[in-house]
Ligand binder design. Sequence first.
Ligand code: GLA
Length: 685
Amino acid sequence: MTSNEARHGGTSRMEAFRARIGGFAFGGDYNPEQWDRSVWDEDVALMRRAGVNLVTLGVFAWASLEPEPGRFTFAWMDEALDLLHAHGISVDLATPTAAPPVWLTDGHPEVHPVMEDGEVFGFGNRLHFDPTSPRYREHAARITTALAERYADHPAVAMWHISNEYGPVPYTPQSAVAFRDWLRRRYGTLEALNDAWYTRFWSQVYTSWDQVNPPEIPRSWSNPTRRLDYKRFVSDALLECYVMERDIVRAHRSDLPILTNYMRFYRHADYWRWAREQDAVALDIYPNPGHDDAFVSAAVNYDLMRSLRDEPWILMEQAASSVSQWQVNNVKRPGHLRLGSYQAIAHGADSVLFFQWRASRGGHERFHSAMLPHSGTGARSWQEVEALGTELPRIAEAVGATSRADVALLFDWNAWWGLTETHGLPRNDFDYPALVTDHYRPLLEAQHAVDMVNFDSDLSGYRVLVIPNAYLVDDRFTAEVSRFVHAGGTLVCSYFSGVVDARNQVRQPAYPGAFRALVGGYVDEYWPARENETFDVEFADGSTARADFWQDSIHPETATVLASYASGQLAGRPAILDNAVGAGRVVYVGTRLEADAFRDTLLGAVADAGVRPLLAGAPACVEATRRSTAEADYLFLLNHSETDPAEVPLPGAGQDLLTGKDATDPIVLAPLGVAVVRTASADAP
Ligand code: GLA
């Protein structure tokens, strides 16, 4: 199957899925194998009471489905599927391959991954498999085939869920073999590999493929391009496991969506490549309820998920309340479950699903919250779950609605890996997700719609492109950015961008290699800040701001200077450049500005580009997004303040689907309040 077929097939399979569910999917992981049969009837009764219409069955259930090699125990799964179907609850059926049973790992110890520190990841957790292990793949294929044969036509099954949160990074002899094969496919010849890896440095020249191994543990100073290629390889090796299982299921049933679930800002898998191979993007996310601004990082992840396929996506897992992964696991305080769920929908989710339906009595996650908590239906969190499940059908007509943005923000795994995984940079403490989030936050707080893009994206539909600290950019993206700016686009680009090519080699003759002509200047030295060092920056209008962390020593060529340093060794030298290029403009920020000054610089460039926010004059605690169908626009308004109501100017009259009442300008949102305002489609004839 080509990626193109996968893409279009996925879109139509998801349309059919939405039609079947008839609105937003609501439910979660259901693990009946952990409970006596007598509990199941209460489960389905309470599911119906809470409005559950989809559960994910079978994640991690390998030992319960295949207790010995080749002996399958499907009776309980048959019964669970029949019971759910009889109660009108659809099933997202999972393959259980994220948790190999002990007979597999004891019988074939090579299934265990060796981690980057050299330790074997043993039995007793989950994800303890080496994706490059032929034995693992053979057994994963067998259980997947057995499930697909048995349940392909079961009427309860509405979606297939392959494995779970693919992730382990292996450093095993078999991963070395697979890495060499991957490198052969990428480079063709050893000469090309030696060139790409720059192996004459430190006498690292390879004369035979067998000499090439995964990078050794991080304490050593290893070849940066080898490290980079290993990241690319591991992402592809994990993806191969997914594709293998997907193809088995697809061979038995072609009309149901097949997907796997992603993690928040996950470092080891390039989800842009993955998204092409699945019918919809699905995300598991656990914003920390102990952090007041966790919703900002949630929003950027949601926009990433929406952008990966430029389609609505599935919120596959969230917590009803607390999790069990932090040192201290705070509860979601009253109102946050509802607000956070609508936030995901506002950014394109077509579901609100949880890990998990009923709280486990034992196991590591026994204190992870669930839709149905240990304390049952008397618990506050159950009441919030039930209220949400009862309310969601009011916005059912908005399911499948899409969105568009004028502002694009680069989020590329190669850029990430280059900056954080390859070492030996002028400073080695970059946090790529945090940097991207810093660039996203002002846009979110000003109610701008943002799409995420990667090196392969077509930029022609955007007016503004924001590039946060993309040390590594490939040639295709470099050319696309240049075309975008010449055609009239505005680029806002931060320090230490465009420096190396896809092989992690410095672009010459001067920094910032890929973007020198666009920036209209060159950088002769990078000046990471000394510990606690800060700089004064003075703007052309006389206003001042602080900066820290980094200074590009910039020499303008064609650019004008927007701001200069007013202290330190580089005093008087430019900190921010402004360059007119073709019909477009480039603002280059050569330092880390304090948040307010960066916000003003970024939003100023966005406003100059003629991009208007969704709302004019709303407070920063209000998040606003728009999803649209051919018939209507849906304005999602979310007040993140726990204490203050927010008065929000409405762009037009409409109806708040949650209250059923007319929404008039201005609309007032209670603390943590939500409104979903339907207006006539702006595009309607
Ligand atoms: C992940 C997994 C779930 C569960 C949750 C909560 O998202 O997919 O099985 O473990 O985390 O920690």
